[in-house]
Design a protein around this ligand. Structure first.
Ligand code: AMP
Length: 210
């Protein structure tokens, strides 16, 4: 199964991708995670994209498309994958289409913008295992500490409240048009992204079984 999870920052794409990975064993491909790893490792790519990400802008298509292509060519993607954060522009969607990768479904997680900004700005992640917490809806047992491995939780710089609104605007302008793009291809499924993650996951599985 090759699946695209579409939705604005904070809609829960990463959480749902992890559930799909746990049940179906198909890898989550998060271009955001890959870019953050490059920034943390201080690679040439990281140096280029760091300031762009910090400014809540999109990394240019000509940089991100080859990163995506290289990743999906790896053996673990043979049975499929869940795309989380790619494509983000019409140009990227066209590149994906032209790459010959046949997408089975696109799930758009819909959440009102004010809820998104609230969700995003309360999100904390474990730099070690990737676990995601929220200070209100799913806090760790001990403030600032990962339940799983005891690592200190960190807040992504682009999740800070002052940049959260900017990222929503970039989504609306650059990525939201992909809904129409995939609707025209008969691939789009809209799922309500408000509520408990498990209930949303059930709704996703329901549309996928159609
Ligand atoms: P994310 O974790 O998916 O929200 O991505 C974090 C940041 O990485 C975004 O704000 C962009 O700066 C960059 N990024 C991730 N994926 C893409 C993409 N497909 N196209 C352009 N920029 C991206």
């Amino acid at each position: 199964m090759r699946l695209i999870l579409l939705g604005p920052p904070g809609a829960g794409k990463g959480t749902q991708a992890k559930k799909l990975l746990a049940e179906f064993g198909i890898p989550q491909i998060s271009t955001g995670d890959m870019l953050r790893a490059a920034v943390a490792a201080g690679t040439e790519l990281g140096k280029k994209v760091g300031p762009i990400m910090a400014a809540s802008q999109l990394v240019p298509d000509e940089l991100i498309v080859p990163i995506f292509a290289e990743r999906v060519a790896k053996a673990d993607c043979a049975k499929g994958y869940v795309l989380d954060g790619f494509p983000r522009t019409i140009a990227q969607a066209l590149a994906l289409e032209n790459s010959g990768q046949r997408i089975d479904a696109v799930v758009s997680l819909e959440v009102p913008v004010d809820v998104l900004i609230e969700r995003q700005s309360g999100r904390w992640t474990c730099p070690k295992c990737g676990s995601i917490y929220h200070q209100k809806s799913s806090p760790p047992k001990q403030v600032g500490v990962c339940d799983r491995d005891g690592a200190a939780l960190s807040q992504r710089s682009d999740d800070k409240p002052e940049v959260a609104a900017k990222r929503q605007e970039v989504y609306r302008a650059e990525t939201a048009p992909l809904k129409e793009f995939y609707a025209q291809r008969g691939l789009l499924h809209v799922v309500d992204g408000l509520g408990e993650p498990d209930a949303i996951y059930m709704a996703i599985k329901k549309v996928l079984s159609r």
